[in-house]
Design a protein around this ligand. Structure first.
Ligand code: E4P
Length: 216
């Protein structure tokens, strides 16, 4: 399973890329709004840092405007994937853009039906929001599993990006559900490295080595 970083913060992306574990980035308007730079500055900077797909979301709601924004975003860099919410005008635009060779990540997916429609329109990626489903008492990971099964049973081409990940345990859960990609907040990526037994183990290895007066 590929790991993307879900942020528009350049420093977080720079750090995660340095660790060698990041395959792409997803952003959304709320994440971009937290940053002081304009999105026009942020998007090319992210594309320069990351060797992989970078999702950038349209704000428009009607077909023509979505196409206009999507084409502008797609021109920024070959790795840009246009992110469009699942809605009729959006899916109409997905079909047109897919025909032009522009990859689209259909976002805000909360049901298998929405995923089916998005994939039928030609979405390269579908993003089920698992944390937001868990928040209202549904099972986000089960939706990921259902969409992966739909793709396999019907030989569809789209990839699933498990999104709205809230904690480290979501990551192996969506991997075991067959997700192709998980997109993580920087905080969750950092938490994935940590285990108290690893910290204790490192501490005791170093102190045993020093006590014995050994050198490399
Ligand atoms: C990913 O594409 C989404 O932008 C993101 O994962 C949403 O996460 P949230 O529910 O924590 O806002």
């Amino acid at each position: 399973m590929k790991l993307y970083l879900d942020t528009a913060n350049i420093e977080e992306i720079r750090e995660a890329v340095r660790w060698g574990v990041i395959d792409g980035v997803t952003t959304n308007p709320s994440l971009a709004a937290k940053e002081s730079e304009s999105f026009n500055e942020i998007l090319p900077a992210i594309c320069d840092l990351v060797d992989g797909p970078v999702s950038a979301e349209v704000i428009a709601m009607d077909y023509e405007e979505i196409l206009k924004e999507a084409r502008i975003l797609a021109k920024v860099h070959d790795n840009v994937v246009v992110k469009i919410p699942v809605m009729p005008e959006g899916l109409r635009a997905v079909k047109t853009l897919a025909g032009e060779g522009i990859k689209v990540n259909v976002t805000l997916i909360f049901s298998a039906n929405q995923a089916l429609l998005a994939m039928k329109a030609g979405a390269a990626y579908v993003s089920p929001f698992i944390g937001r489903l868990d928040d209202i008492g549904h099972r986000g990971v089960e939706l990921v599993r259902d969409i992966v099964n739909l793709i396999e049973w019907h030989s569809l081409k789209s990839e699933v990006i498990a999104a709205s990940i809230r904690h480290p345990e979501h990551v192996p859960a969506v991997a075991l559900a067959g997700s192709h990609i998980a997109t993580l907040p920087f905080k969750v990526l950092k938490q994935m490295f940590r285990h108290p037994l690893t910290d204790l183990g490192i501490e005791s290895f170093i102190s045993d080595w020093k006590k014995a007066g050994k050198e490399l």
